[in-house]
Design a binder for this molecule. Structure first.
Ligand SMILES: NC(=O)c1ccc[n+]([C@@H]2O[C@H](COP(=O)([O-])OP(=O)(O)OC[C@H]3O[C@@H](n4cnc5c(N)ncnc54)[C@H](OP(=O)(O)O)[C@@H]3O)[C@@H](O)[C@H]2O)c1
Length: 296
């Protein structure tokens, strides 16, 4: 049985990535978080206060993982000052620690973001397109991308999964679709639902398809360092909202709120060709994904 260390599995994506290995007869997930997760109680779990390097070093040398997936990261604007630390420096520490303790994982996966691209120069956006991040978050993830590319070029088995807009149960209401779902669940027919700019176009991907993509990357021997993890479909927030309302069976007055209209990037969707060439393809349609997220 191969050992997979998942750092930060308390995270939204971490849960679904760990869940994808439930019942695996070949890979055993070992979870490391700042605190234990009740939802992941079925897996071996360890607490690691603030992911201190001395503790991580112990985990690495004791567990001697065959694979590592890092889900630790900071994306909330209120934590802007922490972004470089956790999104770019911490991954470097992880790689350095494996070297220090003499562990040679078959693959280490880091999670990047579509925010690295900023306003795309062409659509669909591809992995080698120039990055023009517009936010502190995008900057920190593009610093991570540079590190991953350099490290991979030097021969290390590191991969950046550049995740677009995952949707699924538990999606934070910080994200528009998560926010629509939260409001739809709380409101009754006739109430007013508040939203931002509904003409914004994004590339939504089922969180279970993200987890499957990460599995594909984990076992791949591709020489590429960066992969878009996206559906390749361009979908407006208007369409998501309309579908969700229809599925709920309720009716609402929808009010676009000027205060929520702060989007820097109006349209972005990616090419999933590089990932598809490894055999991955999305299993869920947008409707299936939205229904799952709404009714879970
Ligand atoms: N969700 C998305 O839409 C999305 C899209 C693209 C890329 N990503 C990337 O995927 C990764 C996981 O995202 P997510 O949304 O699933 O994350 P999340 O739910 O916000 O969880 C973040 C993880 O990082 C840890 N963490 C947060 N702040 C920390 C701090 N100050 N010190 C130490 N640890 C800290 C959290 O630990 P605790 O649980 O203990 O707080 C948790 O394990 C991140 O790198 C994110 O940037 C996410």
């Amino acid at each position: 049985m191969k050992k997979l260390l998942i750092l930060g599995a308390n995270s939204y994506l971490g849960y679904w990535i760990a869940d994808a290995f439930s019942g695996s007869s070949t890979v055993k997930p070992i979870i490391v978080g700042r605190k234990k997760s009740e939802k992941l109680a079925r897996f071996e779990q360890y607490e690691c206060l603030d992911f201190q390097s001395s503790r991580l070093k112990e985990f690495f040398s004791q567990a001697r993982p065959d694979f590592i997936i890092n889900c630790v990261g900071v994306s909330e604007a209120s934590q802007e000052k922490q972004m470089m630390r956790w999104n770019a420096e911490f991954p470097q520490e992880v790689v350095a620690l494996t070297k220090k303790v003499g562990v040679q994982p078959e693959r280490i996966i880091f999670l990047g973001s579509a925010a690295e691209y900023g306003v795309p120069t062409r659509l669909p956006v591809r992995e080698d397109d120039t990055l023009h991040p517009l936010t502190a978050y995008g900057n920190s993830k593009s610093a991570l991308a540079s590190f991953v590319k350099q490290t991979a070029a030097a021969g290390a088995p590191v991969t950046l999964a550049r995740v677009f807009n995952p949707v699924g149960p538990g999606l934070s209401s910080r994200f528009p679709v998560g926010n629509f779902i939260e409001q739809i669940k709380k409101l009754k027919s006739g109430d007013t639902l508040h939203c931002g700019d509904l003409s914004v176009v994004r590339d939504f991907i089922d969180v279970r398809d993200v987890a499957a993509a990460i599995q594909t990357l984990l076992f791949s021997s591709s020489q590429e360092a960066v992969f878009n993890v996206c559906s390749g479909e361009s979908v407006s927030l208007q369409l998501c909202l309309d579908e969700l309302i229809k599925m709920s069976g309720k009716s609402f007055k929808v009010e676009e709120d000027a205060a929520l209209k702060k989007t820097l990037v109006r349209t972005i969707y990616g090419s999933a060709d590089r990932l598809k060439a490894l055999g991955w393809k999305p299993r869920y349609s947008l409707s299936q994904t939205l229904r799952y997220a709404l009714t879970y």
